[in-house]
Design a protein around this ligand. Structure first.
Ligand code: ARG
Length: 454
């Protein structure tokens, strides 16, 4: 008979058992479920709600069950529905009536809310660690490339020269914000719902603060309806994961472009690329492509979760069981992407020569030629128009602005003097941009130093 089978006279149809059961995917919360139950049982004993000896036996047996699960000695049952009832069933099979006292003052509704919060709390810490490892890699590559000049783009058209360090540090900023989001989210996860009961709390004199302290929660929920039905933190987690994937996907897109023959900015390591079954010359950026592709999958989880929740009346509804596969899949995906992406970045070869050549073409120093004329007294709009004409004139000749002869310069403006070459060299273009946040070698170096010491 089911743990809840008292009022039933028929057993559940096999198809309903399969349909209803979540053990297939919620068994990964076994440790959280047992740890939560141990804290609950201790509290019941301390409060005199059950005998101290009963509490002790429950705690001890739950510890043994945990060990048996970890040793692979436990088989979960589909018709025990979920991880909560599977463990309770095992407990009762081992210590009989005493085991039946564990669920006093508790409902599966607040139990599952507790478990998922504990599970996601640990996952938030794990993703934070992985993100921080990736940040370290980004920082290390940046540090080695403070003087690696490359073209910066807008509209994917060459715009102005920057450095690879500057470019990488832009991603560092994104991942840093992602880390901050995880940190912030963790505060909202880390609120203890046990004591909410099924929806309306409980008449037993529970010590909720004690349970919260035992389990490392910073606070307890203050509304029992919300305590059992809040899944904001699950949606929020899916959003943070989606944002991480969006950043990885943008980065991936660049790696894919950069590793193409047309760009040739990077050479992916053999260990982080794949070949073609038919074209012998191919080396494909599959890691980056998959990271880009998997962003769609994680966004799907976010949409799935928001949609599950949108029409649910208070309080608990079984629909909410659908939260787990979505968030677990999103977590598994992100945790798979982060380290492999880091490995790809740390092993790829950077073709500084190609980056520099890229920065030389495409008139990336045109703004600086205009600024040069401004410094010599021309209003910026006139300078802009004048340099535009120069660019148009030399467009077909595949010439860079600093390759023009002095005579050629003079035909465009009398304001040009010999110092123009120095003024518009790529080094100058980058290094005059010392504004905070700019690409000048020293400026980026300072930012890198700051983050290294954080
Ligand atoms: N497996 C359920 C879930 O994941 C646990 C809570 C079920 N509660 C209930 N009263 N049916 O949401």
């Amino acid at each position: 008979m089911k743990l809840w089978g008292g009022r039933f006279s028929k057993s559940t149809d096999k198809s309903v058992d399969d349909f209803n059961s979540s053990i297939r995917f919620d068994q990964r919360m076994y440790r959280q479920d047992i740890t939560g139950s141990i804290a609950h049982a201790k509290m019941l004993g301390k409060q005199g709600i059950i005998e101290k000896s009963e509490s002790d036996l429950i705690v001890k047996t739950l510890g043994e069950i945990l060990k048996d699960i970890e040793d692979g000695k436990v088989e979960f049952l589909i018709d025990a529905e979920d991880i909560h009832m599977n463990i309770e069933t095992i407990l009762i099979s081992r210590i009989g009536d005493t085991g039946k006292r564990l669920h006093t003052g508790r409902s599966r509704n607040d139990q599952v809310a507790l478990d998922i919060r504990m599970y996601l709390r640990d996952e938030a810490d794990e993703v934070s660690q992985m993100l921080s490892d990736l940040k370290d890699i980004v920082l290390a590559v940046a540090e080695e490339n403070i003087e690696t000049i490359m073209p910066g783009y807008t509209h994917l058209q060459k715009a102005q020269p920057i450095t690879l360090a500057h470019h990488f540090m832009a991603y560092y900023e994104m991942f840093k914000r992602d880390g901050e989001r995880l940190f912030d989210l963790r505060k909202r996860i880390n609120v203890m719902p046990l004591g909410s009961g099924a929806l309306a709390g409980t008449t037993y004199p529970l010590d909720r603060e004690f349970v919260a302290k035992e389990l490392g929660f910073d606070a307890i929920t203050l509304n029992s309806l919300d305590g059992v039905s809040d899944r904001d933190f699950v949606c929020e987690f899916a959003f943070v994961l989606s944002m991480i994937m969006m950043h990885l996907s943008r980065f991936s897109e660049e790696i894919i472009l950069w590793s193409s023959n047309e760009f040739g900015f990077v050479d992916l390591d053999d260990a982080y690329s794949t070949g073609s079954s038919i074209m012998p010359q191919k080396k494909n950026p599959d890691v980056a492509e998959l990271a880009r592709g998997k962003a769609g999958r994680v966004y799907g989880s976010l949409m799935g979760l928001l949609t599950v929740m949108k029409g649910l009346p208070l309080a608990y509804n079984k629909d909410m069981q659908e939260d787990k596969e979505q968030i677990f899949d999103a977590l598994d995906t992100v945790k798979m992407c982060l380290p492999v992406f880091g490995g790809m970045l740390s092993t790829m070869k950077i073709r500084k020569d190609k980056m520099l050549a890229g920065a030389k073409g495409g008139f990336t120093n045109a703004t600086d030629v205009a600024d040069y004329l401004v410094k010599k007294g021309l209003p910026f709009r006139d300078a802009h128009a004048g340099v535009g004409k120069m660019v148009a004139y030399f467009l077909d000749q595949d010439k860079a602005l600093d390759e023009l002869s002095f005579e050629e310069y003079k035909t465009f403006s009398d304001l040009f003097a010999e110092d123009v070459y120095e003024a518009i060299s790529l080094d100058t273009c980058v290094n005059l941009r010392t504004v905070t946040g700019g690409p000048a070698f020293e400026t980026v170096k300072k930012v890198i130093e700051k983050y290294k010491n954080m």
